[in-house]
Design a protein around this ligand. Structure first.
Ligand code: GLV
Ligand code: MG
Length: 321
């Protein structure tokens, strides 16, 4: 457990937010090239539309064509009257077509336990495979961030820690309404500390860290800049709110071709030099670069991300004469 993200985790470079109350958006989402999407029962759905949205979501999961996408439903948070019925109705109705339930505004590990136990009960009652449905935890408050290290370890179902910048900014009284963006009055990145804490908790547990939305959907330059900041730290993907953000997210959260090629070469060189044919050495050379077991680990992460994104290598390892 820990450090390196399991390459078998589901892809989530781009995570599309889709209001569960909108058949039009639900239809459109099926044709978009996102790694993952979530049908929302929470903040994109008005109070009066919550119950109808559950029915829409069940029908969309059972009858839609979501091939190749990680299928997620965001339920309401545990302080609301809707949470338990959201989980029961949607998972009983469409559990075999759901990969994960996203829990927003998670405040502590107990809230994740609650969801995990409820999912187990529904799986038993419905005859679903035990433990298949994962949990995605959104951290969106000062309290959630304070407890994130426990939250990350709360359930074997947990697959991601997700940053919810809009609610988070409200929670800490951040003096900006430009969600996820840099601020002219602040030198540096106001989200760096939060990103790093979420990333550390996720990586300590060996799960994914996903960045939240960028709300100014026409400003692709700022979206790209925000995405690059979290991708550079090591985040695995970001929410997208509009089709124009999708290709950018898929690109930015995939390794660059040059880095992917380099990682595959490191793995080949390390395998060769540590084998009998290569002299069974521990620290070895790849051209002018010294590589060792730690370099191999870094290369493994990059190559796993590249392979998961379907990248092809453009260089080949040649053993020295
Ligand atoms: C997402 O849920 C956010 O609050 O930013
Ligand atoms: Mg939120």
């Amino acid at each position: 457990m820990g450090d390196i993200v399991d390459p078998h985790l589901r892809p989530r470079r781009s995570v599309l937010a889709v209001p569960g109350s909108s058949p039009k958006f639900i239809d459109k989402a099926q044709g978009l090239p996102v790694d993952s999407f979530f049908l929302d029962l929470e903040d994109a759905v008005a109070r009066g539309a919550k119950e109808a949205a559950r029915k829409n979501v069940v029908a969309a999961l059972n009858n839609g064509d979501w091939t190749g996408k990680t299928r997620v439903v965001r339920v309401n948070d545990l302080t609301t009257q809707w949470a338990y019925r959201d989980v029961i109705q949607v998972v009983e109705g469409a559990g075999e077509n759901i990969d994960c339930v996203m829990l927003p505004k998670v405040q502590n590990a107990e809230q994740v336990h609650w969801l995990s136990i409820l999912l187990t009960q529904i799986e038993q009652a419905m005859g679903y495979e035990n433990g298949r449905i994962g949990i995605e935890a959104q951290i969106e408050s000062a309290l959630g961030l304070t407890n994130v290290n426990h939250i990350a370890f709360a359930s074997s179902r947990l697959e991601t820690i997700i940053f919810g910048p809009a609610d988070f900014m409200a929670s800490i009284n951040m003096r900006s309404l430009n969600v996820g963006a840099l601020h002219p009055d602040y030198v540096g990145d106001p989200f760096h500390y939060i990103h790093m804490r979420l990333l550390m908790a996720a990586r300590a547990r060996g799960i994914q860290a996903i960045d939240g939305p960028y709300l100014q959907i026409r400003d692709l330059v700022a979206f790209e800049e925000a995405a690059k900041r979290s991708a550079t730290l090591g985040f695995d993907g970001k929410w997208v709110l509009h089709p124009t953000q999708i290709d950018l997210a898929n690109q930015i959260y995939s390794p660059q071709q040059e880095d992917y090629d380099h990682a595959e070469l490191i793995l080949d060189a390390y395998d060769y030099h540590t084998s009998a044919a290569g002299g069974e050495r521990g620290a070895v050379m790849l051209g002018d670069e010294m590589i060792d077991e730690a370099s191999r680990k870094m290369a493994l992460v990059l190559s796993a991300k590249g392979r998961a994104a379907g990248m092809q290598r453009t260089t080949k390892f040649e053993p020295p004469e």
